[in-house]
Write a protein that binds this ligand. Structure first.
Ligand code: PMP
Length: 411
C-alpha cells in the first residue's frame, strides 16, 4: 500500500459523508432520470455580469502577474471597513489577508494557531470540511455536540467541559450555520465568549453566510467584549456575492496572526489572482443592496419551506434563521437521515443530504438546500413531507413496538 503523510491520510473520516447520495444522483441523471437536487450549497444563478466585466477589464489592463502577499491594499481596506461596520470594532487593512476562498482561510487560521498534538474544537453538526481542516494541522479535532432539541444552539457549558478536558487552543464557530440554518443567539455567543476568555481559546469565526440572516442582524463574536484579540473572522465572496468559483476569501485577525497567515500564503497559495481581487472590490462597492439581491431567493424559499411544512408533524423543521439550508428532523419516520435520504431519492427523485454526514448530532435529520427555483423547491418539499407522513403513519399502524424501537437514529 502506498504510504502517504499521516496528516493527509487521517484528514478525512471513514464514513461515506453523504457521497452515497451524490453518486446515486449522478447515476440517475446519467440514465436520463430527472432529480431535484437539494444537496448543494450553491446559488442557482452565476456571478453577476457586472462583476465579470470588472474581472475582464482588470485582466485586460494587465493585472495578470503574480499577486503574492496578503492582498491588494484597496481590497484589504474595503474588507476592514466592512468588518468594522459590522462589528463596531475597528479593523485596519493590516488586520486583513486575502485568501483563495473561505476554505483556505479556515485552513490558514487553524494552521497558524495550532501545533501538532494540540486540540481544536468545533461544533457538531458541522460543515463537512471542519474536522479534516483541523486534523490537517496535526492537531486533534474534537466535536462538541449542539442538540436538535435546543434548536442546535451550541452549549457553552459543553464547550467549557471539552476545553477543560482537552486543553483545546481553538474553537471553530459558524453562524449563520451550515448545515442547520440556525443563527446563534446573542446570549449563546456571549456565554461562549466568556468560556473563550476563561479558557484562553482562540475563536475562529466562520462568517461566510453573514449576509444571509432572515431575522435580526448578524452578530460576530469579534463584536463581543474582550474578543477582538482572540477572534479570527473568516469571510468570503462565495455566498454573499455568488462568486463561489472565483475563490476569494479573507481573514480578519490581530496583526501578528495576519502576518503569520501571509507567511503561510507565501509558502502555499502564493496569493490570489489580482484580477479576481479587483472584481471582488468592484462587487463589494456594489453595496448592501446587491448583497440583499443575492440573498433574496434564499429568504423567499425559507418562507416557502415554513409555509409548506406548516400543519403536518412528520417532519419537524429546525426554525431556519439564516444561510441557504433548512434542517429537518425526520425521526418520526423511524428512519436514519441516510435511510430517509435514500428512500426519497429512489421514490421521489429528490436528493437531500443525510444529517449524519454533518456529524452525529444531526442523526435522524436531513439538510435541504434552498437552491432550486421556488416552484420546484415547494413541490419537492411537499413530496418530502408526504413521504415522511406515509412512513410515520405506517410506523404508527405497525404498533407501539415499531414506533418505539425503530428510531435507532435518535440515540
Ligand atoms: N464555511 C462554510 C460554513 C461553508 O458552507 C463553505 C462553503 N460551502 C465554506 C466555508 C467555504 O466557502 P468558500 O471556500 O467558497 O469561501
Amino acid at each position: 500500500m502506498m504510504r502517504l503523510g499521516s496528516r493527509v491520510a487521517h484528514m478525512v473520516g471513514s464514513g461515506d459523508d453523504g457521497w452515497g447520495i451524490y453518486y446515486r444522483t449522478r447515476e440517475l441523471v446519467a440514465q436520463g432520470i430527472g432529480v431535484t437536487n437539494l444537496t448543494i450549497g450553491e446559488h442557482d444563478v452565476g456571478t453577476d455580469r457586472r462583476i465579470l466585466e470588472a474581472m475582464h477589464a482588470s485582466a485586460l489592463s494587465g493585472q495578470t502577474g503574480y499577486a503574492f502577499g496578503p492582498g491588494k491594499r484597496p481590497l484589504r481596506e474595503a474588507i476592514a471597513a466592512r468588518v468594522t461596520a459590522r462589528t463596531g470594532v475597528p479593523a485596519t487593512w493590516e488586520n486583513v489577508v486575502i485568501t483563495p476562498g473561505g476554505q483556505a482561510a479556515l485552513f490558514a487560521s487553524h494552521m497558524v494557531l495550532l501545533s501538532a498534538g494540540d486540540t481544536g474544537l468545533y461544533v457538531d453538526p458541522h460543515y463537512a470540511t471542519y474536522p479534516g481542516t483541523i486534523r490537517a494541522t496535526g492537531a486533534a479535532a474534537v466535536a462538541v455536540p449542539a442538540r436538535s432539541e435546543r434548536e442546535f444552539q451550541p452549549d457553552a457549558q459543553a464547550i467549557d467541559a471539552a476545553a477543560a478536558e482537552s486543553g483545546a487552543r481553538t474553537l471553530l464557530l459558524n453562524t449563520p450555520n451550515n448545515p442547520t440554518g440556525v443563527v446563534y443567539a446573542r446570549r449563546t455567543l456571549e456565554e461562549i465568549a466568556q468560556v473563550a476568555r476563561a479558557r484562553d481559546l482562540w475563536v475562529i469565526s466562520d462568517e461566510v453566510y453573514d449576509t444571509q440572516v432572515w431575522e435580526g442582524a448578524h452578530l460576530s463574536p469579534r463584536a463581543l467584549a474582550g474578543m477582538e484579540e482572540r477572534t479570527v473572522v473568516v469571510g468570503s465572496m462565495s455566498k454573499s456575492h455568488a462568486m463561489t468559483g472565483s475563490r476569494l476569501g479573507w481573514i480578519v485577525a490581530p496583526v501578528e496572526v495576519a502576518r503569520a497567515v501571509t507567511d503561510l500564503a507565501t509558502n502555499t497559495t502564493y496569493g490570489v489572482p489580482a484580477f479576481i481581487q479587483d472584481a471582488a472590490l468592484h462587487a463589494l462597492e456594489m453595496g448592501p443592496g446587491f448583497e440583499a439581491e443575492v440573498a433574496a431567493p434564499f429568504r423567499r424559499r425559507r418562507d416557502i419551506a415554513q409555509a409548506v411544512l406548516a400543519g403536518q408533524n412528520a417532519v419537524r423543521p429546525i426554525p431556519p434563521a439564516g444561510a441557504m439550508y433548512v434542517m429537518l428532523d425526520i425521526r418520526a419516520t423511524g428512519l436514519s437521515g441516510e435511510a430517509f435520504a435514500h428512500r426519497l431519492l429512489e421514490e421521489e427523485r429528490i436528493a437531500v443530504m443525510p444529517g449524519e454526514s454533518f456529524g452525529q448530532a444531526a442523526a435522524g435529520h436531513v439538510r435541504v438546500a434552498t437552491t432550486v427555483a421556488d416552484e420546484a423547491f415547494a413541490d419537492a418539499l411537499g413530496r418530502l413531507a408526504a413521504l415522511a407522513g406515509r412512513l410515520a403513519a405506517g410506523r404508527a399502524e405497525a404498533g407501539p413496538a415499531a414506533a418505539g424501537g425503530g428510531g435507532g437514529a435518535t440515540a
